[in-house]
Design a protein around this ligand. Structure first.
Ligand code: XMP
Length: 542
């Protein structure tokens, strides 16, 4: 696919095999991951068709798959060429399971190679959009329009197909763009049906899932709610569960689900570090406690956190101290409110895949350091706390959590809230965090949100916020010279936060925000706009 280092996850003895519940075992599509950046996306696309799907290592054996009883198997793309030394291969017996297989990009080339065909470096690789000319509009390509745009990204091509295979479609540069052995139900596509640029890609995935694998639409939100409530009740019985609520969609959805499952045996604790946005802690308590009658233990720890950050300017040190203090407060408060047997955590499916040894360089066997910021650990709790874990969201992707949240009654303002970092405003104040600076930033940030909310454009952005700089610059107000802080506006569009573009916000909106901030927020006399994409910039300034 791309030129990155191959990252085959080593999960041959992965606990996932036990986690696939019996109901889903005979109804699952398994994706064997050869290191493509799109493996998860394929799983999400399949789940969007209401069929359950999980990503497993390419090392998963045919015997293990037999146990899971998948309805279909997808071989993902990957960064290698099939002829690279040490290029990952799958257990060849997989092609004899009698289960339909779809190879995508590298997955297709591998299937061709392993079954006796030939793959070669193409004279011209194909990257980007290509028109698909359909030669056989049946099964896999039913309802995919001739000439559809598909997203290509390959340097190798299949030149000789194994016995029994035929070409279903080609493009101008790729003679074998889609292939099939109808008899054995083995299929391959050289393009990526899962990416949004592939028009008709979803139709192709539906064809594979429903017409070829004969799946039933069993992966629905209602079925999930019912099943997880039953599982949680079985797991915890009448013992007590503690949940650290943050106000984000994951922990809020978890609170709703658990409250439905175990009622008063759930205790939600909200630790106010003092770094949330204006009015947010109050709103959270009001919503949960008063409106939805899910009691929240509010812990005001603002002074403690502020004290920890005195004189600290390094971003990573801020994160570390906040994370550490969070655990301290959490331990103390859980003892005060306890005892509890279980701790509920909003672990999601990508956390599970990513923690399965994913950052290992297969050449050296060493862990590859990819940490840019110590992001998502803040608010996370160490494994050695005395609790057993309840993690009912661990099968879900983020968009599925939103769907679940909505369906279980969570209000839109939480379901569609912009992502907000665990350390909150503390990493949007560059340099030392003081209560005066927090107040300034809170007021400026409130104006940003207010202006875009009242224009109905809040959801046009992935994130939209203000950053406070510790420097001061000269301005003039009335007839007086001012010497005050600048505020940076950061508006971002993005699909997943991994890459992002700065948003082209209309000038009149920027003007309205700037005017209000300099007029209403004491301590700010200048507003600037950040026009850096990610990469090379990150979304947050720290
Ligand atoms: P960056 O700044 O790395 O951010 O481009 C990507 C996404 O992650 C969020 N972010 C964090 N989330 N703890 C979090 O929970 C953190 O320390 C943290 N830092 C960044 C950021 O808001 C963006 O959505």
């Amino acid at each position: 696919m791309t030129t990155q280092i191959p990252i085959p996850p080593v999960i041959s003895d992965h606990p996932l095999l036990d986690r696939v519940s019996d109901r889903l075992k005979g109804q699952i599509i398994i994706i064997l991951d050869f290191g493509s950046q799109y493996s998860e996306l394929i799983a999400r696309r399949i789940r969007e068709t209401e069929v359950y799907s999980e990503v497993l290592s390419y090392r998963t054996t045919a015997a293990q798959l037999r146990e899971i009883k998948p309805k279909g198997i997808i071989l993902s793309g990957g960064p290698n060429s099939v002829y690279d030394q040490g290029a990952p291969e799958c257990d060849p017996e997989i092609f004899q399971l009698g289960v339909p297989v779809l190879g995508v990009c590298y997955g297709m080339q591998l299937m061709v190679k392993q079954l006796g065909g030939r793959v070669e470096r193409a004279k011209r690789g194909e990257y980007g959009k290509a028109s698909l000319h359909i030669d056989d509009p049946t099964d896999l390509l039913t309802n995919v329009e001739n000439g559809s745009t598909m997203w290509m990204s390959h340097g190798d091509s299949c030149v000789d197909l194994p016995l029994g295979f035929e070409v279903l479609a080609h493009t101008d540069n790729t003679p074998c763009a889609a292939i099939a052995d109808h008899q054995r139900a083995l299929f391959g596509v050289q393009f990526h049906p899962e990416v949004v640029h592939s028009v008709g890609g979803i139709a192709l995935i539906r064809n594979f899932v429903y017409h070829i694998c004969h799946c039933d639409p069993t992966w629905t939100t209602d079925a999930f709610i019912e099943e997880s409530i039953r599982e949680v009740r079985n797991q915890v019985g009448d013992r007590r569960v503690l949940l650290a609520l943050s106000g984000g969609v994951d922990s809020s959805t978890l609170a709703f689900l658990l409250h439905r499952a175990i009622g008063d045996n759930l205790t939600c604790m909200f630790i106010d570090q003092g770094f949330m946005r204006k009015g947010e802690p109050e709103r959270l308590v009001e919503l949960f406690d008063h409106q939805f009658h899910i009691p929240v233990q509010y812990v005001n720890a603002r002074d403690r956190f502020l004290k920890q950050l005195e004189g600290v300017t390094d971003p990573e040190e801020k994160r570390r101290l906040i994370g550490h203090e969070f655990i301290q407060v959490f331990e103390e408060e859980s003892q005060r409110l306890g005892p509890f047997d279980y701790l509920a955590q909003g672990t999601l499916y990508p956390d599970v895949i990513e923690s399965a040894d994913s950052n290992v360089d297969p050449k050296t066997g060493e862990r590859v350091a990819v940490k840019i910021k110590s992001h998502h650990n803040v608010g996370g709790l160490p494994k050695n706390l005395r609790f057993k874990l309840v993690e009912p969201l661990r099968k879900l992707f983020k968009d599925e959590v939103r769907k679940l949240g909505r369906s279980i009654g969570l209000p839109e303002e939480i379901v569609r809230r912009h992502p907000f970092p665990g350390p909150g405003l503390a990493i949007r104040i560059i340099g030392e965090v003081t209560s005066e600076r927090l107040n300034i930033l809170r007021d400026a940030d409130f104006i940003v949100r207010d202006e875009i909310s009242k224009r109905g454009i809040y959801h046009d952005y992935w994130q939209a916020f203000a950053v406070l700089l510790p420097i001061r610059s000269v301005g003039v107000m009335g007839d007086k010279r001012t010497y005050a802080h600048p505020v940076v506006l950061r508006f971002i569009t993005s699909e997943d936060g991994m890459t992002a573009d700065w948003a082209r916000v209309p000038y009149d909106i920027l003007e309205a925000i700037s005017n209000r901030i300099v007029n209403e927020v004491k301590g700010v006399n200048r507003v600037v706009y950040d026009i850096t994409s990610k990469p090379p910039g990150t979304i947050e300034w720290e």
